[in-house]
Design a protein around this ligand. Structure first.
Ligand code: ADP
Length: 284
């Protein structure tokens, strides 16, 4: 990387072109490796529940005389089927956010509605764990983007907060308007205008510094067994990261192990983008 770049700068034109070509090939090879890993991961993740279903159906047939065992196996089949459904749904979501341009049908989206929807999605699970959910600061804030994608992103963050927290803790969602840092700041696509920050804070297990660097990768989980037990697929944060970036925003994480985590989404506010895109020849 750096050595190549430096020598490229000092080398005469001909060898500089060769070096650029080498760098391009290296990048192409890296992308190809990531794609191959992804396909291998998907196959593995699909095979696990399918294999379990196949074994369990055999067990059901063998246990035909024992209604209690049949019930037990059927219950486990249901869990595996749900796992498979979640995985397929998240793969579809991931492919959507990677392929659709979210700004094609962008609109001003109310933050209080996004937050209410995310809380609703987790209400049942939070209830069984007696986790309190509280939101603040969401009134009168609007972000600019694709409603479905933004809802999926925030929903994933709140769902994780509930999943990776012990019983009787609190999950807080706080929103606020911040002034975007100067040109070239946080928001890449919309460096002028304001940003909306939505922070999801839990009092859960936390994430070590080493893992914090990797949790946004597809299929990366700190504790695969725990993730699977809660119906996790390892794709949630990859979806969040992609949605944030394609909206010109970002997602960051703060965490202290054993104390909790805060995931912060920063997105362009609706008003700023509308002003920017307003046709100057059209009377306002
Ligand atoms: P999963 O489906 O496993 O939850 P994600 O992509 O949403 O996949 O998250 C990746 C991993 O990051 C999780 O498996 C978990 O180890 C970790 N993680 C995500 N959110 C939190 C959180 N709020 N607290 C602790 N760990 C978390």
């Amino acid at each position: 990387g750096e050595a190549l770049a430096v020598s490229a700068r000092v080398a005469p034109l001909g060898s500089r072109l060769v070096l650029l070509l080498v760098e391009d090939l290296t990048e192409a090879r890296r992308i190809e490796a990531v794609r191959r890993d992804f396909v291998a991961n998907v196959s593995h993740e699909l095979k696990t529940p399918v294999g379990a279903l196949s074994l369990l159906s055999e067990a059901v047939m063998d246990a035909a005389e024992d209604p209690e065992a049949v019930n037990r196996f059927a219950g486990r089949m249901q869990i595996e089927a749900t796992r498979l459904t979640n995985l397929v749904q998240e793969l579809i979501d991931l492919s959507r956010v990677q392929n659709d341009d979210p700004l094609e049908d962008a609109e001003p989206v109310r933050v209080d509605e996004l937050v209410a929807e995310a809380i609703d999605r987790c209400r049942h699970q939070a209830g069984t764990k007696q986790i309190t959910m509280a939101a603040g600061g969401t009134a009168d804030l609007h972000v600019w983007g694709n409603r479905g994608q933004l809802a999926a992103a925030l929903g994933n963050l709140v769902e994780n907060a509930v999943n990776y927290s012990p019983a009787r803790t609190r999950v807080g969602i706080a929103a606020r308007h911040i002034t975007a840092p100067g040109a070239g700041g946080t928001s890449q696509a919309f460096s002028s205008g304001g940003l909306i920050e939505i922070a999801v804070t839990d009092q859960g297990i936390g994430i070590s510094e080493k893992d914090r660097e990797r949790i946004f990768e597809r299929f990366y989980r700190v504790d695969p067994a725990r993730s699977r037990a809660t119906g996790g697929t390892g794709l949630g944060l990859a979806i969040v990261k992609h949605v944030a970036a394609s909206h010109g925003g970002e997602v960051t994480v703060w965490s202290a192990e054993g104390q909790g985590s805060t995931f912060t989404l920063r997105l362009p506010e609706a008003g700023a983008v509308r002003d920017r895109d307003r046709n100057p020849h059209h009377p306002v």
